[in-house]
Design a protein around this ligand. Structure first.
Ligand code: AMP
Length: 216
C-alpha cells in the first residue's frame, strides 16, 4: 500500500505515520527526518538544506525529490510506504507521479489531516524531541517525567530551531501557499480521505486506520 500523509506542520502526521508503520508493516518515509539526518551527518545535501530548514522555508524541489527518489529505490519500499511530509509542492507531486509510473505503482490513498490552525502553533512551540529517536514530548500536553529529559534514555530534549514562533509562521505560510493546493490535486484523483486531526491521538489513529483499511 502506497500512502501519502498530507497536512500542515504540527498536525500529527509523524506520530500517526509511526503508528501506521507498525500496524500495516510499511515504512514511514519522512523527508524532514531524512533532511535532518543529512544535516547532522554534514553531507553536501545537508549543508545546502540547513539554511532553508532553520528559517522554516521549504528546501528546493530538486534536492528533496532526489533524496526521496533514492529512498524509494530501497528494498523495504517494495511492498509500500507512508510518505510523511512529501510531496509539499505541485512540482514534487508531479515528480512523484513520474517516479511511481516507472515502477507501475500509483498512490493508493492520501490522508488529509484537518486541524484548526491556532492549535498548530500551540502544539509546535511546546514540542520537545528526543535526539535519540525516542519520540516527542510537549511541555503542557505530554511533559517528560523529569523536565528537559527523555523518559526512555535520559538525553536532553531538543527544541527544534524551526519550532520557534517566527519560523512556525513561515512554515504555515509555505503550507497555505504551496501544499494546501494538493488537497484538490489528490481529490480529483479520487484517492483523498480527510480525517479530523484535532482530537485525542488514539481517536485520530482510529480514523486513520479506518481510512487505510477502506483504501486497501
Ligand atoms: P518536517 O519535519 O516535515 O516538519 O520538515 C522540517 C523541514 O524540512 C521543513 O520545514 C522544510 O524546511 C524541510 N522539508 C521537509 N520535507 C520537505 C519537502 N517535502 N519539501 C521541502 N522541504 C521539506
Amino acid at each position: 500500500m502506497r500512502v501519502i500523509f498530507l497536512g500542515p506542520p504540527g498536525a500529527g502526521k509523524g506520530t500517526q505515520a509511526k503508528r501506521a508503520q507498525s500496524a500495516f508493516g510499511i515504512p514511514q518515509l519522512s523527508t524532514g527526518d531524512l533532511l535532518r539526518a543529512a544535516v547532522k551527518e554534514g553531507t553536501a545535501l545537508g549543508k545546502q538544506a540547513q539554511g532553508f530548514m532553520n528559517a522554516g522555508k521549504l528546501v528546493p524541489d530538486d534536492l528533496v525529490v532526489a533524496l526521496l527518489a533514492e529512498r524509494l529505490r530501497q528494498a523495504d519500499c517494495r511492498s509500500g510506504f507512508i510518505l510523511d511530509g512529501f510531496p509539499r509542492t505541485a512540482g514534487q507531486a508531479d515528480a512523484l507521479e513520474r517516479e511511481l509510473k516507472k515502477h507501475g505503482a500509483p498512490i493508493d490513498a492520501v490522508i488529509n489531516f484537518a486541524v484548526d490552525a491556532e492549535r498548530l502553533v500551540e502544539r509546535l512551540v511546546g514540542r520537545r524531541i528526543c535526539p535519540n529517536g525516542h519520540g516527542e514530548y510537549h511541555l503542557s500536553f505530554h511533559p517528560p517525567k523529569s523536565p528537559g529529559q527523555c523518559d526512555v534514555c535520559g538525553a536532553a530534549l531538543v527544541h527544534r530551531p524551526d519550532d520557534h514562533e517566527d519560523q512556525i509562521r513561515t512554515r504555515m505560510e509555505a503550507y497555505a501557499r504551496d501544499t494546501r493546493p494538493l488537497i484538490e490535486f489528490y481529490g480529483k484523483r479520487g484517492v483523498l480521505h480527510t480525517v479530523q486531526a484535532d482530537g485525542e491521538i488514539d481517536a485520530v489513529t482510529g480514523e486513520v486506520k479506518a481510512a487505510l483499511e477502506a483504501a486497501r
